[in-house]
Design a protein around this ligand. Structure first.
Ligand code: PMP
Length: 307
């Protein structure tokens, strides 16, 4: 469990998190009809607060709403307005540690039935502290009995709250079986992602990750890693991955805002590589950390300084 800072944006202004409450009759509560994103803010060595890829997080929120048919968010929330409010919430809480910021667009119409267009939405933004959701130096994963919801059922490309029941089923199944997290397969039986992180494998010195048509969330960390690999001169192949390819991969790692970069050392009771954090995984993690803390100037445009 993490620590939640007291000041949150909710509906029309910044208020105490205790006052940020939705009606039990809202579509957000009745149907899980909310879309969200989570971005990190890191404290650099010189004390500056660095928010990561705010533009991309805003755009993913807009895209998620668009896919689901929530059409009242974008007209009311320009990127400029969204960034101003997000920045204000971070400043008001006077953070001194690395934090996560969760921004959610809730459909707050009361009992409208199962539909999405022309309904009232409200934005919430809150700040919290939490450790990574996966052990970073040796995660053990189990292939889930639960398949990823396909794009033509509940599109995983949209980060919609209700769809996370799929992740909950898969993660709980893994925990119940004594593992840290799960490998979720798509409906064709190919490797998709974890409960809340994307996956990469290393084979023959190349990075391989499922493509964006594999029913996964287009993770912002995934995209960052592809760009870091490009800078390293490492080839990245986006293609379907068979489950047993994981077993024989040289290295496997997971990535996500809340998972950070987690070295996977075991899948379905099979040791991956030599069962230790792989060299390429460790190298990518170091470079990714540099990007987040503003130490890699080539990625400076990913960071927004919050004064
Ligand atoms: N897949 C799923 C299902 C997720 O919930 C997350 C976490 N947002 C990710 C992948 C990783 O996405 P990101 O790197 O944008 O955090």
């Amino acid at each position: 469990m993490g620590y939640i800072y007291d000041k949150a944006y909710f509906d029309d202004g910044i208020k105490s998190i205790d006052e940020a409450k939705l009606s039990v009759a809202s579509s957000a509560v009745l149907y899980g009809l909310s879309v969200y994103t989570v971005f990190p803010v890191h404290i650099a060595k010189d004390g500056s607060k660095l928010a990561f890829r705010l533009h991309d997080h805003y755009q993913r929120l807009v895209n998620s709403a668009h896919i689901i048919g929530i059409d009242t968010f974008k007209p009311e929330w320009s990127e400029k307005r969204f960034l101003q409010v997000a920045t204000d919430v971070i400043k008001t809480n006077q953070i001194t540690d690395n934090v996560f910021v969760r921004a959610t667009v809730h459909v707050d119409e009361l009992i409208p039935g199962p539909r999405s267009r022309g309904l009232k939405t409200i934005l919430s933004i809150f700040v919290y502290k939490s450790g990574p959701i996966l052990p970073n130096d040796g995660a053990r994963l189990k292939t889930s009995v639960w398949r990823r919801v396909p794009d033509d059922a509940i599109p995983p490309r949209a980060k919609v709250n209700g769809a996370y029941v799929n992740s909950v089923l898969a993660k709980q199944d893994a925990i119940d079986s004594g593992y840290d997290d799960c490998i979720i397969l798509d409906s064709d039986g190919h490797v998709c992602e974890l409960s809340a992180a994307n996956i990469f494998i290393v084979r023959g010195g190349k990075l391989i990750t499922p493509g964006v048509t594999s029913d996964l969330l287009e993770g912002i960390s995934r995209n960052t890693i592809i760009q870091i690999a490009d800078q390293m001169g490492l080839e990245v192949v986006e293609r379907s991955i068979g489950l047993t390819e994981l077993y024989i991969a040289d290295e496997v790692f997971a990535c996500g805002t809340s998972a950070y970069i987690s070295s996977v050392i075991e899948v379905d009771a099979r040791k991956i590589g030599d069962g230790k954090v792989g060299k390429i995984t460790a190298d990518i993690r170091d470079r990714y950390t540099d990007v987040l803390y503003g130490k890699n100037k080539a990625f400076a445009e990913f960071l927004t300084v919050i004064n």
